[in-house]
Structures are given as C-alpha cells and as structure tokens.
Design a protein around this ligand. Structure first.
Ligand code: PLP
Ligand code: COI
Length: 357
C-alpha cells in the first residue's frame, strides 16, 4: 500500500506532564484512508492529527456503524519500539467489520499503516515506567442519509497517543459490582465485535455503581444471568488454589481478548494449569468464600492485568484480596517484560521498529 506522508500538525511530547493518564493526549500525525464501493480502499495518507468534518446525517452518527481496536507501542531498553501482536488486532478488526457489515481491509496493509505511523511519531512513545503509546485504529460508515442500510463508504483512521496505566490507582485491586440485571451483550448480538455500541450499553450500570464505590462491573450472560462473561471492558480470570487459572470460554458474546489469549499460552510455561469453561457466578462466589479462589483479575491491553479486590452483589461483598496476588504479579511482570523487550520473546509476539533517533 502506498501511503502519502504529509507534515505533522502542532504539538510536542516534551510539553506533556509526567503523569499522562489514559487516552488524553495524541500524537500530531494520524493515518487515514477511504473506502467507496466499486473503488475499494484509496487515499491512504499520514497527515496532521485533527478534527473530522462530518455531515450531520452521516450514518455512523445515527446507526452506530463503527468499530475500533486498541494496541500499544512500547519503548524498549535499547530505545527501539515494540508492537505486541498487531496482526491479531488487524484480524479482529476484520472480524468486527464483518459483523457490522462494514468493509474489511488487507491485514498486511493495516499492520503496515500502524508500523509507518508509529515509526513517524516515535518521539511520542513515552519512556516512563508502565507508559506506552496507545494506538486506536477506527472505522466509521460515512454515507450520508437516514435510510437504515450498510454504508457504501467508510473512513478508516488510526490515532495514537502517549498513555500511562489505565487505572489511576495503578496495579491495585479494584472493587467490582456483579450485575444480574442489565447485560452488556447477548449471544448472537455484537459482543464479540469491538464496536462502540457495546460500550455505550455498559455505561448506565457503570455510572450507577460508580456512585456506590465500585470501579468495574462484572457482566453475566444475557440468557440465564448466571455465567461470568467479562469485567468492565476486560476479560476475566480466576485463580484456584494459587495454581490453576480458569477463564470463561468464548461464548459468542465475549470479546476474544489478545491479552487473554496470551495468558492462556504463557501461563502453562510458568507452571500454572489453565482452563476455559462456563463459570457459574454462584459457584464462583462460593469458591471465594471457601478460600478456593485465591485471586481474580481482568485482562486487557489497556490495564494488562487488573487485580480484583472484591465482588459485590446486592446483598453481600465477597473479598478476594486487598493487594495484588502472586499469580497476577507474575503474569503482569512476564507479559510486560516481553512487551517492553526486557526479556526475549519466545512466542514471536513482538514486532520491533528501529529507532530513528
Ligand atoms: N473485552 C472487551 C469488551 C474489551 O474492550 C477489551 C479490550 O480490547 C478486552 C476484552 C481485552 O482485549 P485485549 O486483550 O485484546 O485488549
Ligand atoms: C482494553 O484495552 O482492555 C480496553 O478495553 C480498552 C478500553 C479503553 C476500551
């Protein structure tokens, strides 16, 4: 794919505060390309980061034909930059596109666009501990008109910005509300796709329970309200007796997380056993009470591993941990060591971009 390169917009990473937060700052270049039926993808360019101009009747604004991805670029000790499994994000982007009746793209072109953008904005890849450049590929339907239909034209763009840890509380256990009323996603619906509507659907409960001191929502399956699905915008895992890691099997309404998949591959090499199964929330709560579940954590690109401290229901609070457990610590350390290139990557997960400085 030929990408036209234009001058960057204003902005200098040197002016950013040391505490970056998450998703607040953006590099001064972005990738974009357009799709039109008949013509395919065209006009690939990397140009200044800036606002989009959309007709108020653009389909994405009304019928939510939108998908996105999230991955990170990590500063290695030798100054080069690592991407972590970008091919998986490109493939998942296409799976989301198919589910949302949107145009797919050549995964190699997608990874090339990410690599060229990161290479050009590499001075924006932070060097602080636990910080990285968060990359957000996005696609929106751009047809203008209010008839409900799959758009015939799309805008694909990639923005990137320096970010710190996802939770301002850092690597510390979070309080989780077990939601048995509303649901995030239903089998046969769009839960497996990374599309904005799933996140919109989660906000009502998240806001309601935030006021009661919870940081995340544990979602149950929509049919029986019984089986554990995800926690907030992360996959979830439970540690049994300090040695076994159990995570919900992909059910059709769970997002197939790349962190989850990486932990399933990595954990056995660290001496843990793993299983993907249907996890009944009543059994999980009983196992916490009986001390069989020794840890629980969320898994996702943004937070990597997010230890869960308590699970709260309408009636009771179940305490798992008040500090990160040894399994969460070890997985976090090993995964981030691979991502940042501090240890060799035996899995072929990283793609290294040479530093131009
Ligand atoms: N589940 C949801 C709903 C998500 O948005 C994410 C984040 O991308 C994940 C799980 C974790 O996926 P990954 O590990 O690929 O970031
Ligand atoms: C994740 O990386 O785990 C996410 O869910 C990203 C979030 C900001 C949508």
């Amino acid at each position: 794919m030929k990408i036209t390169i234009e001058p960057a917009g204003p902005g200098d990473p040197k002016s950013l505060p040391a505490n970056l937060g998450f998703g607040k700052y953006f590099a001064n270049l972005m990738f974009s390309q357009r799709y039109s039926a008949g013509e395919g993808w065209h006009d690939a360019r990397i140009g200044p980061y800036g606002p989009l101009s959309l007709d108020p009747a653009t389909v994405v604004l009304h019928y939510a034909q939108e998908i996105f991805e999230g991955l990170k670029a990590y500063r290695r000790p030798d100054g080069k930059i690592n991407l972590f499994r970008p091919w998986e994000n490109a493939l998942r982007f296409n799976r989301s596109a198919e589910r949302m009746a949107m145009a797919t793209l050549d995964p190699e072109d997608h990874v090339q666009a990410i690599v060229e953008l990161v290479s050009l904005v590499q001075k924006w890849v932070p060097t602080q501990e636990s910080a990285s450049l968060y990359i957000r590929p996005t696609m929106i339907g751009t047809d203008v008109g209010l008839g409900v239909h799959a758009s015939q034209s799309y805008l694909h763009y990639i923005i990137a910005g320096p970010a710190g840890p996802y939770f301002s509380t850092g690597f510390n256990p979070v309080a989780v509300y077990v939601c048995s009323d509303q649901v995030r996603a239903v089998r046969g619906g769009t839960g497996e796709a990374k599309t904005g509507g799933n996140y919109a659907a989660s906000l009502f409960v998240a806001e309601k329970v935030k006021a009661r001191g919870y940081q995340q929502v544990l979602w149950l399956d929509a049919t029986e309200r019984r089986y554990v699905e995800e926690v907030g915008a992360m996959n979830i895992a439970f540690v049994y007796d300090g040695t076994h890691i159990a995570t919900p099997a992909l059910s059709g309404s769970i997002l197939a997380g790349i962190t989850r998949n990486s932990v399933l591959k990595l954990a056995p090499d660290l001496g843990y056993t793993v299983s993907e199964e249907r996890l009944d929330i009543q059994k999980v709560l009983a196992d916490i009470r009986a001390g069989r579940i020794t840890e629980a954590f969320g898994l996702g690109t943004a937070a990597v591993i997010a230890p869960l401290g308590t699970l709260g229901t309408e009636d009771e609070t179940y305490t798992i941990n008040d500090e990160p457990g040894p399994v969460a610590r070890r997985l976090y350390r090993t995964l981030t060591d691979i991502q940042y290139g501090r240890i060799p990557d035996p899995y072929g997960w990283t793609y290294t971009i040479d530093s131009k400085n």
